[in-house]
Design a protein around this ligand. Sequence first.
Ligand SMILES: C[S@@+](CC[C@H](N)C(=O)[O-])C[C@H]1O[C@@H](n2cnc3c(N)ncnc32)[C@H](O)[C@@H]1O
Length: 387
Amino acid sequence: MDIVTENHFFSHGSDQRSTPGQREDCHLCQIRAFKTHRSLPITIVNHTGDGAVLPPKFRFTEQSILRDGVTPAANEFRYGCNCEDEESCMYAGCGCLDEVAGSDSEPDDVASDEPDEEDLEILQWAASTQERPSWANQRRSRPGSIDDAVVPRTGYDTDARSRKKKRFAYHSRGAKAGLLRGSMLNNSRAPIYECHDGCLCSKDGCPNRIVERGRQVPLQIFRTEDRRGWGVKTMRPLKRGQFVDCYFGEVITADEAERRRHHASMAQRKDVYLFALDKFTDPTSRDPRLRGPPLEVDGEFTSGPTRFINHSCEPNLRIFARVGDLADKHIHDLALFAVKDIEKGEELTFDYVDGQEEIENNARDAALQVEMTKCLCGSKKCRGYLW
Ligand SMILES: C[S@@+](CC[C@H](N)C(=O)[O-])C[C@H]1O[C@@H](n2cnc3c(N)ncnc32)[C@H](O)[C@@H]1O
């Protein structure tokens, strides 16, 4: 039994035997205080025999913590959808999805407007039963919403392209309900727009609140055998497209991030834990909070289990920017989703330098490799170096 587990079980249960602050510092006390501890536990194991424990200064948290200079939007600027029924939160008339079209100029977004297998299945079902799917009925649109004009007017239109477009990111029914759609998973860098607390749709019924409902997967933090430190395993099989958890941490200003980089003895190591919230950064934005430089999330000292997820050049997870209230785009979430089916007990990984061409090119440059960190991901597609 390691020293942390021993202290937790033999000292912290008794006020006489635990010193002030000991419980606050104990990682087992921290994860056992999570709201979901009983149903979706996080476990920490080290079977390597090296005696290592998690960094003592590290604190587990279930949500990001906004530090000095970082504020969410004031109530008078909050914005939610007015959908009358939950089904509507999938289609172009839902206010939360207003920005989906054209929010990202990559060609994949065009593809995301195309009907996927699920749309076609629904159309086939409707054709066979002579019924109109509910979304084929004209709905009242909100003023100013990007509402698709081409809605079947009479009878049932079997041409999938000439109907109201499904704009949200998830499958809504069948075996794939709640999973990210293929158009998002196939290399899309588009953000995910979800309904949230400020919407009229219900928290439990709306199909567009997957990240908002939080982690649904028990995870294990384990000590790796191959010098990568700690890593994370899923304790349940995951399907391609399934939400795992968010990358939480301290949300700090760009100045504070720079100060922390400067303070860290090895700036590149610090960068491993810092993620810029730059998905909506636009120097021409009318919103000063989006003109940049962006806020950053630091998971080094305060975070959830995802902070221990290692890098792979052939990963099984990918990070998506997720926004609920559109007034809070500057503090958007970093949501991790499975990009392939993953077995119970498999290690979870994501690509730390996903899409950052400069770092990917450096890894191929022999002169720069001398200074770079060797990648130990072991995949066939390994680039050899992390950064
Ligand atoms: C965000 S942390 C991940 C958790 C880390 N393994 C730990 O024990 O705290 C990133 C650090 O993990 C290690 N790491 C992650 N993936 C790696 C990989 N593929 N090859 C080598 N080291 C890796 C590196 O030391 C890196 O700086």
